[in-house]
Design a protein around this ligand. Sequence first.
Ligand code: AMP
Length: 187
Amino acid sequence: MRVVLMGPPGAGKGTQAAVVSGRLGIPHVSTGDIFRANAAGGTPLGLEAQKYMDAGEYVPDSVTNEMVRDRLAQPDAAAGFLLDGYPRTLAQVDELADMLGSAGTAIDSVVELTVDTDEVVARLVKRAADQGRSDDTEDVIRRRQEIYSEQTAPLTALYAQQGVLVQVDGMGDVDEVTTRVLDILGV
Ligand code: AMP
């Protein structure tokens, strides 16, 4: 199964992606996690990504697309994957379709977690306090929400046209949301 999980920053994508990918037995591919691991390891990719992440901006498409292309070419992703945080721009949507098309596959489902924006910002502020993420200051949180609405939210209309978009209420307990996601995926 090839699944994309979407939703605004703080919608609980990472948490749901980890649980749902485990249940489906497919790798969890989080571009944010890959960037953070590279930043922590001081790799050239990490150093490049860090400045964008710290400002709440998107890492350039060329950098992100190449990284995802490499990751999806790994053998463990051949039979399926759950993408978390990608695609986020129109150029990334096209690139992903191209990557999959050349392998004769396509995305099966795009799950959009819908949430209340005030609740989301409150969650992010709490996560900043708990984890000390350098991209979770209040200004950056606001900037990330703006960029999501401008650049990423419009992608859902495109996936809806393609008939692969499903929306899931992302509010409530983590377990409740997981059950909703698995139900809608027919698992
Ligand atoms: P996330 O953990 O998904 O919230 O991602 C954290 C940060 O990594 C984002 O704010 C961006 O700076 C960067 N990032 C993650 N995924 C992407 C993507 N698909 N395109 C561009 N930047 C990304």
